[in-house]
Every structure is written in structure tokens, then in C-alpha cells.
Write a protein that binds this ligand. Structure first.
Ligand code: ADP
Ligand code: MG
Length: 269
């Protein structure tokens, strides 16, 4: 009985995000996102894969409300973001954090790592995250956060320019989890890193998701990375979701022809 409950627990989790029929057209008339709908449950990693230019980042920016969509609905924890005033939206947006492809662009080069890392906690007047040992000391909180992403505390006094790309991306991840958001959007978080570092960062992200019960939208052009990370994945082509599957269903013979093309391109196992 207990086991059964555990097995069905994912479906019992509330939805953190729901998109309904989202459209985005750029100036010049290019339709980058064409009527996309999906939902993410708490504790789930939903993957989004598609080749470069398919509209993944546009979709991510629309749902983060960094980009205005033409039409559609975005519900975050059952609140309709598409109906909020800009003040309400600023508050609601805090429930989402993002890690983007370029680690350098995510940091102010004049701020120390400690100041960059603590920016969201300070902005939101939050204290120590519940997953750390309780502390009121900022430096202690910051070093515990770094510990979660396997970086030494001596990074805190350094500047972004003194860290490698992989180290900066780890700090960006620590910063994203620091305010315990409902959803973290990861848009190609490893694409600019050396291949040898990519797997380590993916393992770290997966480990944090499992241990802290995080909800992710994980975006990549690399099907093997998306398959590794996600419980469920969506395939995007020219602004549309053409295929959705879970786990090993990816290898079923009746998959969409574009999914099969991606499977042939990437070493998925
Ligand atoms: P992906 O993240 O899958 O590579 P993007 O969302 O970045 O795709 O881009 C989707 C399409 O929209 C591409 O054809 C791209 O050239 C176009 N595009 C992206 N950003 C802009 C923009 N700011 N203005 C005009 N067109 C854009
Ligand atoms: Mg992109």
C-alpha cells in the first residue's frame, strides 16, 4: 500500500507551472513559438530538446516573463502571470530562477562572488535556505551554498574573471537554488563548457534536483543530456512541440521522425 502511494506520488504533486497556447512572433513576422502548452509538477525535471533556432530560448524567456508573448496563458503556482500588474509580476517572478548558457554574462564583473551569490537572498529579504545548517551569518550561508555545488569557500572573495566557466556556472546554480524557487529554468547550462566539465555539471544538477526536490525546465539541443536529466521530455521543431515522451519511451519505434533524427545525431543511452 505504502509502495503504491510512493509510486503514484509524482502525479499527486501540484503543478508549479502551466503554459496554455503560448505564441511569440518577432518583429519582421518570424513566429518563434507556435501555440505551446505544457505543465511541470513539483519535483519534476521536464526536458526541452530541439536544434538551434527551434525556439527553445524564446519559449524560456516568455515563461520567465522576460519576453512578452503575443497571446497565451502562463500559470505559476496557480497564479495567472498573464493577468498580473507589473508590480505583482515582479513579486511572482521571484518564484522562478534561471541559469543561462553564458556563465560570464550572468555575473557583474565588479562584484565579488560572495556579493553576486547573495544578490537574490538580499533582494528578496530572505534568510538562510532551509536546506542549509541554520545561520544568520552571510558569509557562512554563502560558503555553505558553495559547498552544495562543490566549490571551496575561498572563491567568495574572488571576482568572476578569476573563475573558470565551469566554476562560474556552479556559482550560478548555487545562486539559483539559494532562494528556494518553485521552478528553475536551465537554458543550455552546459553548452559553453568544456566537454570534460559538462558531465560533472549535469551530475551536480541532477543530484541537487533529487536531493532538494527541485522542479526544472531543462533545455538543450543535446538529446543525450536531456534524456539523462529529465523524467519527461518534449521535442521542439520550428516553434512547435512535435513529440513528448517519458524515459525509455524515447527509443520506441513509433517516435516522431524528428525525434528519430535527433536520436541518430546524439549518442543517447
Ligand atoms: P533556440 O533557443 O532553440 O536556439 P531561439 O528561441 O533562440 O531558438 O530562436 C528561435 C528563432 O527566433 C530563431 O529563428 C531566431 O533567429 C529567432 N530570434 C530569436 N531571438 C530573436 C530576436 N530577439 N529578434 C528576432 N528574431 C529572434
Ligand atoms: Mg537557445
Amino acid at each position: 500500500m505504502q509502495l503504491q502511494l510512493l509510486q503514484t506520488s509524482d502525479l499527486d504533486q501540484p503543478e508549479v507551472l502551466r503554459l496554455k497556447n503560448v505564441w511569440k512572433t518577432y518583429h519582421g513576422g518570424h513566429q518563434a513559438v507556435k501555440g505551446i502548452s505544457f505543465a511541470i509538477r513539483r519535483g519534476e525535471c521536464l526536458g526541452l530538446v530541439g536544434e538551434s533556432g527551434s525556439g527553445k530560448s524564446t519559449l524560456a524567456r516568455c515563461l520567465l516573463t522576460l519576453e512578452r508573448m503575443d497571446k497565451g496563458e502562463i500559470w505559476l503556482n496557480e497564479r495567472p502571470l498573464h493577468k498580473l500588474t507589473s508590480f505583482q509580476l515582479r513579486q511572482a517572478r521571484r518564484e522562478m530562477q534561471a541559469v543561462f548558457q553564458s556563465p560570464s554574462a550572468s555575473f557583474n564583473s565588479r562584484l565579488t562572488i560572495m556579493d553576486s551569490l547573495l544578490e537574490p537572498i538580499r533582494c528578496q529579504n530572505k534568510g538562510c535556505p532551509s536546506f542549509l545548517d541554520k545561520s544568520t551569518n552571510e558569509r557562512e550561508i554563502a560558503s555553505q551554498l558553495l559547498e552544495k555545488v562543490h566549490l571551496p569557500a575561498n572563491c567568495l572573495n574572488r571576482y568572476p574573471g578569476e573563475l573558470s566557466g565551469g566554476q562560474k556556472q556552479r556559482v550560478a546554480i548555487a545562486r539559483a537554488i539559494s532562494v528556494e524557487p518553485s521552478l528553475i529554468v536551465l537554458d543550455e547550462p552546459t553548452a559553453s563548457l568544456d566537454v570534460s566539465i559538462q558531465a560533472k555539471v549535469l551530475n551536480l544538477l541532477k543530484d541537487l534536483q533529487e536531493k532538494l526536490g527541485l522542479s526544472y525546465l531543462f533545455i538543450s539541443h543535446d538529446l543525450s543530456a536531456v534524456h539523462f536529466m529529465s523524467q519527461r521530455l518534449m521535442v521542439m521543431q520550428q516553434g512547435e512541440i512535435v513529440d513528448v515522451c517519458e524515459g525509455m519511451e524515447l527509443f520506441a519505434p513509433n517516435r516522431h521522425s524528428y525525434t528519430k533524427q535527433l536520436l541518430a545525431l546524439f549518442d543517447v543511452n
